[in-house]
Design a protein around this ligand. Structure first.
Ligand code: CTP
Length: 403
């Protein structure tokens, strides 16, 4: 893929080096187009060395190659990271006074913009109107992260981590612009696997890295939703931009966290792998081998509540109007078992994946079928978990308008 990484003049320009690296390591051809101000933060030599391509900022160098048009024409994807308030203002106005803005004016490929600025500048109506203009024109303007800014202040405006930007940009290249279909919606997502204590050091649990749930939360956040993510035991993953992350460990903690927040949710997704059973007794001190053989060799389990079914019951009781989505990981006959499970659980949609031979768990890719309560079955082709998440959101958005 021919990727143009545009860099504008903010301190986060140093992180653009890692964005460039992310693409080159995957074999993409990368051309870095900084603004003149960006080069006050990172030298052209760094971008040239990382990309293996020349770096120019103006339109009056190598004029014979008509670069101000060619770079944009040849791009398959343009990622602008960081995008300052000034850069977005110039692009929104249709300016073309340097190589980056000319390239953007020419390009017809997907464009992903990662803003970085102080909170006040981000919230300024001028910036917000420019962002809305770019989104209306089909750009995917990502939400900035919340966190530490250049000085001592914190708030929304921090640039997303380079790996997250690259992943989202690849998702847009494969799936298309993310769109703002979830603007104003509140979504509640569970991710990871629950754990049930045997004693203070041992537990029974379910395998799940939480990656698919995080990807769903990530995509929702950049589509404009207000996201709450209930994270059980998950891999070390970057919190989705602006999301509230709530930790839960056992199934009962997960149930409490989901039930408490169900009433205000517009969409609920249960992607957590839930322990169906828990030890009947939890020992308060460590069970010792040799002394407590019986307690360790025979653990009596009792059934846990079904969190998803409980949420559907709440809806039937009029306590929530949310669209409810479940997940099913099956080793055999996934489609057949999935259809039966959807009917049993009463959810609107069920994403069924086949986990035979170690597929899916902890892996960056996923595939399966998305089945609907209305009898619909859509195949989800093998793809990165963010692309799968974008497809699931397309189906949910369709569903939201149906019900
Ligand atoms: N689930 C839940 N509470 C449980 C078990 C499962 O909320 N106690 C949810 C999962 O988060 C998932 C869906 O139900 O969205 C299906 O989970 P799965 O483990 O496949 O279903 P089970 O009902 O446990 O069926 P199985 O016998 O196949 O384990």
């Amino acid at each position: 893929m021919n990727v143009v990484v545009g860099v504008s003049g903010g301190i986060a320009a140093y992180k653009a080096c890692h964005v460039v690296r992310d693409f080159t390591e995957r074999g993409d051809h990368v051309r870095v187009v900084p603004t003149a101000n960006a080069l006050n933060f990172v030298g052209a030599a760094t971008f040239e060395a990382l990309s293996g391509n020349p770096v120019e900022t103006g339109v009056f160098t190598r004029v014979d190659e008509v670069q101000h048009v060619r770079v944009g024409q040849e791009a398959d994807l343009i990622v602008v990271a960081p995008a300052t308030a000034d850069l977005m203002a110039r692009v929104a106005a249709g300016r073309a006074d340097d190589l980056l803005t000319s390239t953007l004016l020419v390009a017809t490929c997907p464009v992903v913009v990662a803003p970085a600025m102080h909170t006040e500048m981000w919230r300024n109506p001028a910036t917000q109107e420019n962002v809305a203009t770019l989104r209306r024109r089909g750009y995917t303007v990502l939400e900035p992260a919340h966190g530490r800014l250049t000085g001592t202040d914190t708030g929304p405006g921090r640039m997303l981590e380079p790996g997250v930007i690259a992943e989202l940009a690849r998702t847009v290249a494969e799936h298309g612009a993310l769109g703002r279909g979830l603007e104003g919606k509140r979504v509640l997502i569970s991710a990871g696997g629950t754990q049930e204590n045997i004693d203070p050091v041992r537990y029974v649990g379910n395998r799940s890295s939480g990656r698919q749930g995080y990807a769903l939360a990530d995509i929702a956040a950049h589509k404009g939703a207000q996201v709450t993510l209930v994270a059980c035991d998950t891999a070390e993953l970057e919190a989705p931009a602006g999301a509230e992350v709530v930790r839960a460990r056992s199934t009962r903690e997960l149930k409490r966290a989901m039930d408490e927040r169900a009433a205000e949710a517009d969409v609920i997704i249960m992607s957590a792998a839930v322990s169906d059973y828990r030890p009947e007794h939890e020992a308060t001190s460590k069970l010792k081998k040799g002394q407590s053989d019986d307690a360790l060799s025979t653990i009596r389990l009792v059934e846990n509540p079904d969190v998803l079914r409980g949420l559907v019951d709440k809806r039937e009781a009029g306590e929530t109007n949310a669209v409810i989505v479940g997940f099913a990981a099956e080793t055999d006959n996934p489609l057949e078992y999935g259809k039966a499970k959807l009917a049993r659980k009463g959810a609107d949609l069920l994403m069924v994946n086949s986990v035979a031979e170690g597929k899916v768990f902890g892996q960056p890719r996923n595939s399966g079928w998305l089945i609907g309560r209305d009898g619909s079955v859509s195949e989800i082709a093998d793809g990165p978990k963010h692309v799968v998440a974008a497809q699931i959101w397309d189906a949910i958005e369709g569903w939201t308008t149906e019900v």
